[in-house]
Design a protein around this ligand. Structure first.
Ligand code: ADP
Ligand code: ASP
Ligand code: MG
Length: 412
């Protein structure tokens, strides 16, 4: 029988009633002739609550114990869905990460899946006609025998990895929107649903803040050629719509220059004033940050000709803001700068599209449009299929809407 992976996110399993609705989607696919593996997230809000408890329990908590705590949300939903399916007359059993097993690296809190043994799941299909209900987001490290988690939003990655492991025909990611949109439909009501989006663009959109899919899940789908759809669990289970297919570039007929706009508030800006303008100064600033595993993103350097000094502005993830400032202040004598300024109230807004490869001046139009709205750009980065601007967070919605209209993405 053909196999199918169905993944349900937090809002799709938020209550017993919602879980019963999930069971109806599963029943439909089973009746259509599929062997089904379901991957579930924790009930919505649960993981945040668990993360909060860890922070409250100990300021610098043991990451191994953090994973024990935060992985528990998925255990609950896996068991509940298996019960509800059984209650509906469908054979089902739950699988925790360590039972499947989902083998991962040992980077607790952001582990990578190394291998999934699909044999047990397949045996369940063949011998007992059983739906496999797998707890997403979690795995186990073989060497240490400890529970791991895959980073926030990691159930998407669990689902794609299970689909690759059992050679499923497709992987359906059910969520609270009916597909991937040109931008977050909660921010821009005029956002349009995309029929298809290329792996490359989806990868950029996810990396640049569109949390509809975890970045790693898109990488894995691209690498393992998993046919992945994003669709809604809120559709009528008897009349579901197909959602958005993530596919190869070649499979997209209608090409736009810009496909989507993403934004991320997970950026903090750091500016060092009056840095000596001499060889080696960038290394003096960025080496200590690299050694501390801090990812620097946008960088701009503004030299003033007469003073022989320069200002260096760059961004780091919000979570690393305090650590970055502390490291730089400690290294101030070696680097040599006059003062350090930081801002947390910034947002990175990005436009993504494979059409940028062949069109010039795409970013320039955005700079003009933002200027006309009185939005000041603090930093810019560009690459082959995207550009990003760093602006004051208060202007997020205005900037996203402005770019969305500028590139003709508004729905008519
Ligand atoms: P789940 O709990 O099902 O994993 P998430 O909250 O992680 O769901 O992801 C779905 C959300 O992603 C949507 O509710 C939407 O607000 C947000 N989102 C951000 N950008 C986009 C986009 N371009 N298209 C669709 N949804 C998006
Ligand atoms: N429950 C986890 C989270 O909230 C994983 C997921 O939902 O994908 O991040
Ligand atoms: Mg998610």
């Amino acid at each position: 029988m053909p196999r199918l992976v169905m993944k349900f996110g937090g809002t799709s399993v938020a209550s017993i009633e919602r879980i019963r609705n999930v069971a109806k989607h599963v029943a439909r696919e089973r009746a259509a002739g599929f062997d089904v593996a379901v991957v579930v997230s924790a009930m919505s809000g649960k993981t945040n609550e668990l993360v909060g408890w860890c922070a409250e329990a100990a300021h610098l908590h043991d990451p191994r114990e953090y994973d024990v705590v935060v992985s528990s949300g998925e255990q609950v939903t896996a068991g509940l869905l298996a019960m509800v399916l059984q209650d509906a007359g469908i054979p089902a059993r739950s699988w925790l990460g360590w039972q499947a097993p989902v083998l991962t690296s040992d980077s607790h809190g952001s582990a990578r899946i190394l291998d999934i043994d699909g044999k047990g799941l397949i045996k369940g299909f063949a011998e007992r006609g059983e739906v496999a209900v797998i707890a997403g987001f979690q795995g186990i490290n073989k060497a240490t025998g400890r529970i791991t988690t895959l980073g926030r939003g990691g159930s998407d990655t669990s689902a794609v990895a299970v689909a690759a492991a059992i050679e499923a025909d497709r992987c359906d990611i059910y969520t609270d929107v009916d597909g991937v949109y040109t931008t977050d439909p909660r921010i821009v009501p005029k956002a349009r649903r995309l029929e298809r989006v290329s792996f490359e663009e989806m990868l950029e959109m996810a990396s640049l803040g569109a949390k509809v899919l975890q970045v790693r899940s898109v990488e894995l789908a691209m690498l393992r050629k998993v046919k992945t759809f994003v669709r809604s669990s809120f559709d009528d289970p008897d009349h579901p719509r197909p959602g958005t297919l993530i596919c190869d570039e070649e499979d997209i007929v209608e090409n736009q220059v810009v496909t989507g706009i993403a934004f991320s508030k997970d950026e903090a800006q750091v500016t060092l004033r009056d840095v000596a303008d001499r060889p080696g100064v960038a290394a003096a600033i960025f080496m200590p940050l690299a050694e501390a595993n801090i990812n620097v993103d946008m960088i701009i350097q503004v030299a003033s000709e007469d003073s022989g000094a320069t200002d260096m502005t760059f961004t780091v993830p919000t979570a690393e803001f305090e650590r970055t400032k502390a490291i730089l202040l400690k290294a101030q004598p070696q680097i040599g700068f006059a003062s350090l300024h930081g801002a947390n109230d910034v947002v990175k807004v990005s436009a993504i599209g494979i059409g940028m490869r062949s069109h010039a001046g795409v970013a320039a139009r955005a700079f003009k449009a933002l200027a006309e709205k009185g939005i000041n750009i603090r930093a810019i980065t560009t690459s082959e299929i995207k550009f990003s601007v760093l602006i004051e967070a208060a202007y997020t919605e205005l900037a996203v809407r402005t770019l969305h209209s500028l590139y003709g993405l508004d729905k008519g």
